[in-house]
Design a protein around this ligand. Structure first.
Ligand code: GUN
Length: 284
């Protein structure tokens, strides 16, 4: 039997629509609307396209967003000063520095400069550390989106065996922590893992984030498992594909996310959710 397809596009739309209602209710009651600023250095076409999606989503939800653009020649010190200026402005609740940055700017230093309470990407080590400790924090958007997808299909992680393939700081590690915080038994696999397919086959929920097109085949999947594909790559034919070989895995899995229209749309929805949460924390 073929797996149920998890429609991330529609699920993200639902999150954005519910958030829009919450924002309007908040504005009516408190007279304050979330305000975010996106900092873009240079004109990387992929960054411009991502930012367009973020700005459009913000406008639809009722979040005030503006893109602050800087010449690629901006110095690291100048960019850090800009971040500090926004950190100090109480009328701005969220900051996002679009990555990648030019080579002469240290991304780690820039990430550390963002006020953790305004870090709507959820990349700051203070937020990552609070997530690890099980405290409230601004969670990284893609991992938060993965958990939201699981919530939406009614997949309760309590006691489940979750296998994560990939250990990046932006997906593999933080999504493992979120699953652990929900009482899953979590195994993190990576390029040095032995018997990878066998490890993956233990999973009730398999989360794949390695950036290798169609790496995960049907032999990695326990019948009926939930398979979440975070990967997104372009083939030589310019087609978007995930890390999971969708056509073969869908014949084994119980649930599966497609690429595109899977995890991707959830990232922006969760970014907007973080903007709202950042604002409510700052004004309370
Ligand atoms: N560049 C590509 N994806 C992202 C993202 O989620 N956040 C930021 N800040 N930059 C990115």
């Amino acid at each position: 039997m073929s797996a149920e397809i998890i429609d991330g596009f529609m699920i993200a739309k639902g999150y954005r629509e519910r958030l829009a209602l919450e924002v309007e209710k908040f504005v009516a009651e408190h007279g304050v609307r979330p305000v975010i600023r996106v900092l873009l250095v240079g004109d990387n076409p992929a960054s411009l396209s991502y930012i367009k999606g973020k700005v459009k989503a913000a406008a639809e939800i009722g979040i005030d967003s503006e893109v602050l653009r800087y010449e690629p020649s901006i110095t690291e010190a100048e960019l850090l000063a800009e971040i500090e200026r926004i950190n100090q402005n109480p009328a701005i609740h969220g900051i996002l520095v679009q990555l990648p940055l030019p080579k002469h700017i240290d991304e780690h230093k820039v990430g550390l400069a963002v006020d953790p309470m305004k870090d709507i990407d959820g990349f700051h080590p203070v937020n990552q550390g609070n997530s690890l400790a099980g405290n409230w924090c601004l969670e990284s958007c893609t991992p938060k989106g993965v958990i939201a997808l699981l919530d939406t299909i009614g997949c309760d992680l309590n006691g489940k065996k979750v296998v994560v393939i990939g250990r990046s700081n932006i997906v593999g590690k933080p999504v493992s922590v979120l699953a652990l915080n929900r009482n899953a038994t979590v195994t993190i696999c990576h390029s040095r893992t032995q018997n990878l397919a066998e490890e993956a086959r233990q999973a009730d929920v398999l989360i794949v984030a390695i950036g290798q097109p169609k790496f995960v085949g049907a032999d990695f999947v326990k019948p009926g498992a939930v398979v979440i594909d975070v990967g997104i790559s372009r083939t030589a034919e310019n087609k978007l594909v995930g890390d999971v070989d969708f056509d073969s895995v869908k014949e084994v899995a119980g649930w599966i996310t497609p690429v595109p229209r899977g995890v991707g749309p959830m990232t922006i929805a969760m970014l907007m959710q973080n903007a709202f949460e950042a604002m409510t924390k700052q004004i309370s």
